[in-house]
Write a protein that binds this ligand. Structure first.
Ligand SMILES: NC(=O)C1=CN([C@@H]2O[C@H](COP(=O)(O)OP(=O)(O)OC[C@H]3O[C@@H](n4cnc5c(N)ncnc54)[C@H](OP(=O)(O)O)[C@@H]3O)[C@@H](O)[C@H]2O)C=CC1
Ligand SMILES: O=C(O)C(=O)Cc1ccc(O)cc1
Length: 449
């Protein structure tokens, strides 16, 4: 830690000014929450958005400035909340204007390129303390993990940033940038790969899953459809950035595609014993230590959140092979990942996904039903073959590191599902709020973000 850093910030009052560069979905959430907690906030987006943004925030306690130079010059803590792909260029542009002795951080989802940009372009007298809220902009931040990364920091600086960000009432966890990237690759990247692939496969089969009888099978199917819709309602660059820029994520997405392919080959060659042994061995490795703990999800809650107009009674529901889910456990097993070890960096989607997977693996009857369906039921074959193509396609898109082709793949499916996005977002929010109400800090009086 360099001794050059002047500790000139106000530590015991709310006098520090927080600057936000990038007023997209997350930047706005940060600006609103931090200013509501009593801190002075200045913010900007690209210069061409200045007039509109200024009009929008007129009369609020957020001061909109024309560009990142002006924000950087007057702010004690500057948060870059821009696309991960752009972080180097934006820090290069505004970093030299950083106020002397200020603290700088970023909110991008992958920390290696962000920290590299800070080290490359920021003056040496500046502290670097980054953060990452592990939830999307429409989720109640209370009780969700918030990672703080004191990279080039004094204890006083870290204490100040922790105090500023305490307005989110999140579960704060301090990690290094490397630890952050490794854990979020495990929690986020593979989860997204599974749901991106589901959307691609449904689109390839020209299906809206809620209109297809075999997907009106209650709890698990509802969660799968709702999460898939949620991911495709977000911006493509969020998922592209955290997958393409994080080398650990790339490897894991490839391992997931391999598991999907290998299991699918066993299915179509009817190698039931080999398939079943592999599923059981993976399940034991991943869930063995957690057999006694309470389940993360309850089916009766999930049944309420369906996009379908008809509900099929439980006794008449058709079992599913759940290839997406079997492959997830297979890939965790192969990579030696025990997902429960990563709950410090859980996102709502990861928790839901783990909840669904666990729900199947801890019910021997359900798991055997999946194995039986995977082997014998041809109805799911057309879905599973498209899912296999899709998983490999996403893995290729990520390993080629090509943002533009990632964007095209994503937006094609996003456009297809767009007509039902508003409704799915509302349902998904209700579902997440209901599921998380038990885990949230019960004493909090704040309204959801
Ligand atoms: N959305 C999510 O669920 C989460 C996102 N994140 C991370 O947070 C960051 C922001 O994400 P999000 O808010 O969703 O994305 P948005 O696209 O909504 O916001 C990014 C904003 O930064 C602007 N921007 C780009 N370059 C500049 C610049 N030179 N000066 C000022 N503003 C600029 C963009 O403008 P333009 O659109 O014109 O490029 C855009 O308005 C990303 O790195 C993302 O990975 C983290 C947690 C959750
Ligand atoms: O919960 C998820 O995985 C999301 O999709 C929202 C999200 C996206 C990017 C992040 O860096 C953190 C959360």
């Amino acid at each position: 830690m360099s001794t050059e850093i002047p500790v000139a910030l106000p530590m015991d009052s709310q006098d520090a000014t927080v600057g936000i560069i990038g007023m997209g979905d997350m930047g706005r959430l940060y600006a609103k929450k931090i200013s509501a907690a009593g801190w002075k906030v200045t913010a900007c987006d690209r210069p061409d958005k200045y007039e509109n943004l200024k009009a929008e925030f007129q009369g609020s306690s957020v001061t909109i400035l024309e560009n990142g130079h002006l924000v950087s010059r007057c702010s004690d803590y500057i948060i870059y909340s821009v696309e991960a792909e752009n972080i180097d260029a934006v820090v290069k542009l505004y970093g030299p204007s950083t106020k002397m002795g200020a603290i700088v951080g970023g909110q991008t989802s992958c920390k290696a390129p962000e920290i590299a940009a800070f080290e490359r372009h920021l003056p040496k007298d500046v502290e670097i303390i980054s953060c990452h809220s592990l939830h999307g902009p429409k989720v109640d931040s209370r009780g969700q993990p918030l990672v703080i990364i004191p990279h080039r920091a004094t204890p006083e600086g870290t204490a100040l940033i922790t105090r500023i960000l305490s307005c989110f009432r999140s579960k704060t966890v301090q990690l290094s940038a490397q630890e952050h990237d490794r854990i979020t690759a495990d929690t986020q990247a593979v989860t997204h790969a599974a749901f991106l692939s589901m959307g691609t496969a449904w689109h390839a089969n020209a299906q809206f899953p809620w209109e297809v009888e075999r997907y009106n099978a209650g709890g698990i199917e509802n969660v799968k459809i709702n999460i898939m819709m949620r991911i495709y309602s977000n911006k493509w660059h969020v998922y592209a950035g955290l997958a393409i820029l994080n080398p650990a994520a790339r490897d894991q997405i490839r391992a997931y595609a391999e598991s999907v392919t290998e299991l699918f080959k066993l299915m179509i060659s009817h190698k039931k014993q080999e398939f079943s042994d592999r599923i059981i061995a993976a399940g034991t490795a991943v869930f063995g230590r957690h057999r006694g703990s309470p389940l993360l999800l309850r089916d009766d809650i999930l049944d309420q959140y369906s996009l379908s107009s008809t509900q099929i009674p439980k006794s008449e529901r058709r079992p599913n092979s759940h290839l997406s889910l079997l492959a997830m456990v297979d890939c965790w097993w192969k990579l030696g990942i025990v997902p429960y070890d990563h709950m410090i960096c859980e996102t709502p989607l990861f928790r839901l996904w783990l909840g669904v997977v666990e729900y199947v693996y801890r019910d021997r009857r359900l798991l055997e039903e999946c194995i039986e369906t995977a082997m014998e039921d041809d109805i799911f074959r057309m879905d599973d073959i498209e899912f296999t193509f899709a998983a490999r396609g996403w893995s290729d898109a990520v390993s080629f590191g090509d943002f533009e082709s990632y964007r095209k793949r994503f937006e094609k499916v996003q456009t297809y599902f767009a007509p039902r996005v508003a409704e799915a977002t509302r349902l998904g929010n209700e579902m997440i709020a209901k599921i998380f109400e038990k885990t949230r800090d019960e004493t909090s009086e704040e309204a959801p973000a």
